[in-house]
Structure formats: structure tokens, C-alpha cells
Write a protein that binds this ligand. Structure first.
Ligand code: R7I
Ligand code: MG
Ligand code: MG
Ligand code: MG
Length: 301
């Protein structure tokens, strides 16, 4: 039986992975910018687009009791602020929705093929909190959430893998089962190859950052970050959150998003006990806990 601690751990893990690894994302310019805008006026670490979209998804689901794409698109757009560090295609889309354009029309005209960034995957752990038991509904809802911003098949596939692994983490499935189910779900050669690499890497000592960068990736494309995050979460599932995040920071690249996805899965396995003492360092930490509690209570409705 999944506990409320696992719900809180999952949402806090996502937000802390995001906020605490964000200062190390990208190159020197991004890091300098985040040094300037990465704290709240009261000194907490600000979260980025990853957590904002997870909150938007939560609010929209609690309001509609399902994934209503038009409502969710509005929710994303109303929360848009450049200073959260959205990816370029997502920024562009949300600004246009905010001006009154319909997301479906914008996608048809401008985003042919859709984005394969990891933006749909970074919010996918929340869908596992919405649908902890029913895998088919989980995957259908993940597709609906992804289609708004990331209609490219690889963007969707990455999101489905993260949603599935989070659901399995809530059920405390063993790593071998998780990997078997991932392979069953993979559609593209890239994700099959990376999942198989991850499977064999989990049997060895922790890989060096350079090896992870070469074989699994550390970039903003879904194919360069989703299996990377899953590798960290499965490798560190019985170990310390901060040690895991330290390794992700060492990897460099898209640290906030790899941190958010790995953090969410880690928290779904381990719960919130070691994360809650750190919430005073996190922007809106209490609100994050409250959203997790509301999602947990929603299950019994
Ligand atoms: O995926 P997304 O919302 O967020 C990506 C990252 C995360 O790390 C966030 O934390 C934030 O920092 O940004 O961003 P998108 O703008 O949807 O995608 C990111 C980039 O992926 C795009 O700007 C493109 O460079 C690339 N990309 C594509 N390039 C060519 N063709 C995404 N899709 C395509 C494509 O279809
Ligand atoms: Mg971000
Ligand atoms: Mg960024
Ligand atoms: Mg990122």
C-alpha cells in the first residue's frame, strides 16, 4: 500500500531536485543568471519551470479529476514567467496561449512534429500520483498532458517512461521488474538501447560522469535525460538523496530536470522523512507538501 509519505517524498523530491540542482544547469552564462535570480526574497532556493508545471498539472487535475487539455494549457500559460527558465519552444507556446491563441492551432501551424524536449517528462511523476494503480489510464493521461507542449513521439515516450517508473516506485517494485516493464513500453530504438544500457550499468559500480554523459546523456532532449534520471533513481534508491543529487550535479548539463525526475522517483520509493527537514530551504515548500496531501486524498474520492 502506497503511503502519504511516498506522495510527499515524490513531490518534494521533484521540487528539491529541481531547485537545489538548478544553480548548476547549463553553461557559465546560465549559472551566472541563476545566481542573480535563483533565490526568493526570503533566501529560499527558487524552483524552475519543472516544478511550476508539476504544480499546474496538480491544480488542473484536482479541479477536473482528469486531464482536461484545454484547462491544463490555460493553467500552464497563466503561470508562465520568463524567470522560471522555460525551454525556448515551451516559452514561445505559452506566451502565445496567454495572448489568446488556442494551443491546438499553434501546434498545427508552428510546431510541426512537436518538441522532443524533456518538458513533458519532468512533470510526468505527478501523473503517477494521480493514477497510482491503473497503468493504462496513467499512460493515456501522460500522453494527453504531453501533447499540449511536446507532441513529438520521443517527447511523449520519455514522459511515459518517467510516469511508469514513478508508478512502479510507489509500488516499491524491484529494479529488474521496473526495467522489464520499461523495455515493454519502449517504442524507439534510442530508448530501447538506453534502457538496455541502464539495465547492465545497474549491475556494476556507479558509473563515472563522463561515461553517463556518453551513453545515457545529460541534455534537454527527452532521449538525453529521461533514462539518465531513471538510472540515478534506481542506483540510489536505498541510499541518500543528497549523495544522488551531488552525482547529478557533477554530471552537469540539464541538472535541474534530471534532478527533478530522479528526485521524484527517489522520493516515491523512500518517502519524505529525510526531505522534510530541508523544506525551509525550498520556495513554497509547505505548499508542495499540501499539494502532495491533496493528491493522496484524491485517490479515495
Ligand atoms: O522541453 P522543454 O519544455 O524544457 C527543456 C529544458 C528543461 O531542462 C527545463 O528545465 C528548461 O530549462 O528547458 O523545452 P522545449 O523548448 O520544448 O525544448 C527544448 C529544446 O529542444 C528546443 O528549444 C530545441 O532546441 C530542442 N527541440 C527540437 N529541436 C528540433 N526539432 C525540441 N524539439 C525539437 C524538434 O522537434
Ligand atoms: Mg527547469
Ligand atoms: Mg533552463
Ligand atoms: Mg532543465
Amino acid at each position: 500500500m502506497t503511503s502519504i509519505e511516498q506522495y510527499k517524498g515524490c513531490f518534494l523530491g521533484l521540487a528539491m531536485g529541481d531547485a537545489f540542482a538548478a544553480p548548476f544547469e547549463g553553461g557559465p552564462i546560465e549559472r551566472l543568471l541563476w545566481r542573480a535570480i535563483g533565490h526568493t526574497s526570503t533566501g529560499e532556493r527558487r524552483f524552475t519551470d519543472d516544478t511550476q508545471m508539476a504544480i499546474d498539472l496538480t491544480k488542473s487535475f484536482l479541479h477536473n479529476h482528469r486531464i482536461d487539455q484545454d484547462h491544463l494549457a490555460q493553467q500552464f500559460a497563466q503561470s508562465y514567467r520568463w524567470s522560471r527558465g522555460y525551454g525556448p519552444s515551451t516559452s514561445n507556446l505559452l506566451k502565445r496561449i496567454k495572448k489568446g491563441n488556442c494551443w491546438r492551432e499553434i501546434n498545427k501551424k508552428k510546431f510541426k512534429g512537436g518538441s522532443f524536449g524533456n518538458g513533458a517528462a519532468m512533470r510526468a511523476p505527478i501523473l503517477a500520483l494521480c493514477f497510482p494503480q491503473d497503468t493504462q489510464r496513467l499512460l493515456e493521461s501522460t500522453i494527453r498532458s504531453a501533447e499540449i507542449t511536446h507532441a513529438h513521439p520521443l517527447g511523449i515516450e520519455g514522459a511515459k517512461l518517467i510516469a511508469l517508473v514513478t508508478q512502479k516506485a510507489l509500488a516499491k517494485s524491484p529494479n529488474e521488474t521496473v526495467l522489464k516493464e520499461m523495455l515493454h513500453l519502449c517504442e524507439s530504438e534510442t530508448f530501447v538501447d538506453k534502457t538496455m544500457y541502464c539495465q547492465s550499468a545497474l549491475r556494476q559500480a556507479t558509473l563515472e560522469p563522463r561515461t553517463i554523459r556518453i551513453h545515457l546523456g545529460n541534455g534537454i532532449a527527452a532521449t538525453d535525460s529521461c533514462v539518465t534520471a531513471i538510472y540515478f533513481a534506481l542506483k540510489f534508491r536505498d541510499l541518500d538523496f543528497d549523495i544522488m543529487l551531488g552525482q547529478i550535479i557533477k554530471l552537469g548539463g540539464d541538472t535541474d530536470t534530471i534532478g527533478a525526475m530522479a528526485g521524484a522517483i527517489w522520493g516515491a520509493f523512500n518517502g519524505s522523512a529525510t526531505l522534510e527537514p530541508k523544506i525551509s530551504k525550498l520556495e513554497r515548500g509547505q505548499d508542495i507538501i499540501s499539494y502532495a496531501e491533496q493528491l493522496f486524498q484524491h485517490q479515495s474520492l
